[in-house]
Design a protein. Structure first.
Length: 119
């Protein structure tokens, strides 16, 4: 019987985040992995997340907006590791960049690896 993990999947990490802007408050990242984010900023629909511990390789991001006809996509050049790992998420409504309005949320799931080896 196998008593300890022998899988390379233990080197994977996932972060669950909820991005929101409440009325009269600043843009924030909350959710189970909010302590993993050192900064979150929303500038006209381009959201920049700075992680405390960067991923070693490209990040898979799955996002969902609570805004009607809202689309969440990721800038392909971001989140590839490095000491200042910033991931840019673009929020669009009706095919135009749109900052997150009060009481709306974006739910994100970030999946990445802490190693560069492929398997």
């Amino acid at each position: 019987m196998l008593r300890s993990p022998k899988s390379t999947q233990r080197k994977m990490r996932q972060l669950e985040l909820i991005l929101k802007k409440e009325s009269g408050e600043a843009f924030t990242a909350s959710g189970p992995a909010s302590n993993q984010v050192s900064a979150a900023d929303d500038t006209s629909g381009v959201i920049t997340l700075t992680l405390k511990q960067p991923f070693a390789n490209e990040v898979v991001v799955i996002g969902n907006s609570t805004v009607d006809k809202g689309v969440v996509r990721v800038d392909k050049t971001s989140g590839k590791g490095g000491s200042s790992d910033k991931i840019q998420i673009i929020h669009q409504v009706n095919q135009a960049n749109a900052a997150l309005a009060d009481a709306h949320r974006i739910h994100l799931l970030l999946i990445g690896s802490d190693i560069t080896e492929k398997y």
